[in-house]
Design a protein around this ligand. Structure first.
Ligand SMILES: *Cc1c(COP(=O)(O)O)cnc(C)c1O
Length: 437
C-alpha cells in the first residue's frame, strides 16, 4: 500500500487544491517546482546543515525508565521539545524559508494559533532577512502575549484578526486573503500538513526528519530500527506525519494518533476531528472537518491551542480511512495528568499538545514490554498558566501532586540505560577524553 500523494495531489479521496483563481498560478508554480528544489543537492545540504547547527538535530531519543516501569513497556521519547524555538515546527519553517528563497519570494506570511508557528516563522525570517507578517486571531493575541512579544522582537508584524471567533481558523482565512492580494512576491508558510496540494506533502517531507532519525537511533539503542508502536498527537498533523513517515510502509509498526478531546466528545466541546468530523473542504483541501449539516464550520475546543483546529491534514484522513493509523482521543484533564506524570517522573515539562500523546499510555492496550516511541512534539514553557491552574485545582482536592514521586531505583536506572552495549564508559576525569578539545 502506498501512502504517498498521487500526481493529482490526492491521498485516496482526500487532498487536492481548492484555491481561488487568483492563487492558482502560485500554487501551480509551487507544485511544479517543490520536489525539484527539495531534491537538489544545494537545498539538501543547506537544510541538513541548518537542522544540525541551528535547530540542534538530531534530537535525542531518550529511554524513559520510569514510564517504562510504570506501564510495563519500553518507552522512548523523541525529544522535539529540545529543538530551537521549542518544538518540531522549526523543521518545517527552515525548509519553507529555503523554498521561498529558491522561488525568489521576498515577503513571508503565516498564520498562527498559540503563536508557536508564528515564532518559528519569525525566527527563520529574521535569519534570512525577509519581511514577515503573521496573522493571529485577536483572542489568541490577548491570551498568548509572550509569543506575540517574541515575534515582534524578531521583527515580524503581528496582525490581530477580528473576524469569526478570532482564533486559528480566522487567522488562516486572513492569511489566504492576504496571499490573494499579493500573490507575486509572497510565500505563505503554512504551519502543518494542511492546505492545498502541494503543502501537505511538502510539510510532511520536511518533518520526516523525525522518523528518519528514529530509525537510526532505535537501531543503535535496541538493535532494530522498528519499534512496536509510535504515538503522536494530531492537530493539523505535522508532527505525527513526521514521526510516522518512514514507517508508513512497515505494517508491523503500529501507529497511533491522539486527538484533543477537550471536555469530551459528548459535550460537543472537542477538537477531535476524526471522531466528530465529516468530509468537506477547508483551507484548500478535501478532508475531514467539524461542520454542521449545512457545511458551517463548528468551532473546536481544546485547552491546548496547538490542537484546537476544526480540520485535519488530508494524509491523516486517508490513513484513518485505510486503517493504517489508529486514532485515540485524550481530554484536557487526561492530558494535564499525563503532563504532570512525565514532569514528576522524568523532570521534563512537555507541551500540553505532546501531553495528549503521553495520555495514550493509559488509554491504549499494549503487549507487555513492547517498544513504544512517543513523539514529544514540544516543551511546556508556553503552557505554564494552564499547568499552574491545574496544580491549584489538584491541591484543593488534596491529591498528592506536590510531593515528589520516589524513585528507589534512581541509581540503577542511571547506570543502566545510557551506555549502549558496545560503548565504553565515559572518562570524566579533568584530563579525560570527553572534554579534551
Ligand atoms: C503546533 C503544535 C502541535 C500541533 O500541530 P501538528 O501539525 O498536529 O503537529 C503539536 N505539538 C506542539 C508542541 C505544537 O507546537
Amino acid at each position: 500500500m502506498d501512502y504517498q500523494v498521487n500526481n493529482n495531489g490526492y491521498y485516496g479521496k482526500f487532498g487536492g487544491a481548492f484555491v481561488p483563481e487568483m492563487l492558482y498560478p502560485n500554487v501551480k508554480h509551487l507544485e511544479a517546482n517543490y520536489l525539484k528544489i527539495m531534491q537538489s543537492a544545494s537545498f539538501k545540504n543547506e537544510f541538513t546543515e541548518l537542522l544540525k547547527h541551528y535547530v540542534g538535530r538530531p534530537s535525542p531519543l531518550y529511554f524513559s525508565n520510569r514510564l517504562s516501569e510504570r506501564y510495563q513497556l519500553n518507552v522512548y521519547l523523541k525529544r522535539e521539545d529540545l529543538n530551537h524555538t521549542g518544538s518540531h515546527k522549526i523543521n518545517n519553517t527552515i525548509g519553507q524559508i529555503l523554498m521561498a528563497r529558491h522561488l525568489g519570494k521576498k515577503r513571508i506570511i503565516a498564520e498562527t494559533g498559540a503563536g508557536q508557528h508564528g515564532v518559528a516563522t519569525a525566527t527563520v525570517c529574521a535569519r534570512e532577512g525577509l519581511e514577515c507578517i503573521v496573522f493571529m486571531g485577536a483572542t489568541d493575541v490577548a491570551r498568548q502575549q509572550p509569543n506575540v512579544e517574541k515575534m515582534e522582537m524578531l521583527g515580524a508584524t503581528v496582525i490581530p484578526v477580528q473576524s469569526g471567533n478570532k482564533t486559528l481558523k480566522d487567522a488562516t482565512n486572513e492569511a489566504i486573503r492576504d496571499w490573494i492580494n499579493h500573490p507575486d512576491e509572497t510565500h505563505y508558510i503554512i504551519g502543518s500538513v494542511v492546505g492545498p496540494h502541494p503543502y501537505p506533502d511538502m510539510v510532511a517531507r520536511f518533518q520526516s526528519v523525525i522518523s528518519a532519525e528514529m530509525k537510526t537511533q532505535l537501531r543503535e539503542q535496541t538493535g532494530s530500527p522498528l519499534p512496536d508502536t509510535i504515538i503522536a498527537c494530531v492537530g493539523g498533523g505535522s508532527n505525527a506525519a513526521g514521526a510516522f513517515y518512514h514507517y508508513l510502509n512497515e505494517p508491523k509498526v503500529r501507529l497511533i494518533a491522539v486527538e484533543a478531546d477537550g471536555k469530551g466528545l459528548e459535550t460537543g466541546q472537542t477538537a477531535a476531528t476524526i471522531a466528530a468530523g465529516s468530509v468537506g473542504i477547508i483551507h484548500g483541501s478535501m478532508t475531514l472537518l467539524m461542520q454542521t449539516n449545512d457545511g458551517q464550520i463548528i468551532e473546536p475546543y481544546s485547552l491546548s491551542a496547538g490542537l484546537d483546529y476544526p480540520g485535519i491534514g488530508p494524509l491523516h484522513a486517508h490513513l484513518y480511512d485505510a486503517k493504517r493509523v489508529e486514532f485515540l482521543r485524550a481530554t484536557d484533564n487526561e492530558a494535564l495528568e499525563a503532563a504532570f506524570e512525565l514532569t514528576r517522573f522524568e523532570g521534563i515539562i512537555p507541551a500540553l499538545e505532546s501531553a495528549h500523546a503521553l495520555a495514550a499510555l493509559k488509554k491504549g492496550t499494549f503487549k507487555p514490554n513492547e517498544t513504544v516511541v512517543i513523539n514529544l512534539s514540544g516543551r511546556g514553557d508556553k503552557d505554564m498558566e494552564a499547568y499552574r491552574n491545574f496544580m491549584k485545582s489538584q491541591k484543593d482536592k488534596n491529591l498528592l501532586l506536590h510531593k515528589p514521586i520516589s524513585n528507589p531505583n534512581a541509581e540503577v536506572y542511571t547506570r543502566g540505560f545510557s551506555f549502549p552495549n558496545n560503548s565504553q564508559p565515559l572518562d570524566l576525569s579533568p584530563m579525560g577524553g570527553l572534554f579534551v578539545p
